[in-house]
Design a protein around this ligand. Structure first.
Ligand SMILES: *Cc1c(COP(=O)(O)O)cnc(C)c1O
Length: 234
């Protein structure tokens, strides 16, 4: 019994749009990971998505994410932390997140890295991270500015216990999404000179994921297109 009768058809529809957009630019649909953003959604909805075969979920607030991760421990849910992160929460986020998409400053690295050898209970594996880039003219919504990207990437590359997957961005309001995604792709080419295996691009939300696929997105972060409208917007 589903509390959300439209969930499955919406998911199907988005899945086929993704596949169609991928094929239209000669990409394999399977090369694109869809992260379903479940922020402000109840755990029951995440359970329904698990029943529908989905595993990758995105959350942007530590409190909510940690509660959901704890409630769904033992399932094959994978948690992607996509929100602005406080340095003093980084270590706690590492405990449940499979991927952090919002590493945007040096002060987060220590908390996200594996504990040093002399610390107890070091059974955490490698954490996958994206460095978030702010392409906007109005700063403050998260992300490192392009001019500071290289030095942050060098620090991340030198840290133990974290693996850089690539770059992440949210298309700024004042910019054509496709232009923003093309810019991120260019910046990623520069990053690969330092970290050759950092080939992933986390970009594309409900309103602009087709543009993102065309520019090479490997990780889409989709909320409302799949879950319907959020009660509160965040
Ligand atoms: C909320 C959010 C999303 C999903 O937004 P939708 O427009 O609902 O798809 C993606 N990325 C980030 C960083 C978010 O905060």
């Amino acid at each position: 019994m589903s509390s959300e009768p439209e969930l499955s058809p919406r998911l199907q529809s988005v899945r086929s749009q993704i596949a169609e957009a991928a094929r239209a630019c000669d990409r394999e649909p399977s090369s694109i990971t869809t992260i379903i953003v479940t922020k402000f959604q109840p755990i029951s909805l995440v359970r329904e998505l698990l029943d529908l075969g989905e595993h990758d979920f995105g959350e942007n607030r530590h409190q909510e994410a940690s509660e959901k991760a704890a409630a769904l421990a033992g399932t094959d849910a994978r948690w992607h932390f996509i929100g602005q992160l406080q340095s003093n929460k980084a270590k706690a986020v590492r405990a449940y997140a499979s991927v952090v998409h919002s590493l945007d400053r040096e002060s987060l690295i220590a908390g996200l890295s594996a504990p040093a050898h002399d610390e107890p209970t070091n059974d955490l594996g490698t954490l996958d991270v994206f460095v978030q880039v702010d392409l906007g003219t109005e700063l403050g919504r998260g992300g490192v500015v392009p001019a500071a990207l290289d030095s942050l990437v060098e620090r991340v590359a030198a840290a133990s216990g974290i693996r850089l997957l690539g770059l992440m961005t949210v298309a700024p309001l004042e910019m054509e999404p496709r232009r923003a995604f093309a810019r991120l792709r260019e910046l990623a080419e520069g990053v690969r000179r330092t970290v050759p295996e950092a080939i992933s691009l986390s970009m594309g939300m409900s309103g602009d994921f087709i543009d993102a696929i065309q520019e090479g997105a490997t990780h889409l972060r989709l909320g409302s297109a799949i879950t319907g409208n959020r009660a509160v917007n965040g």
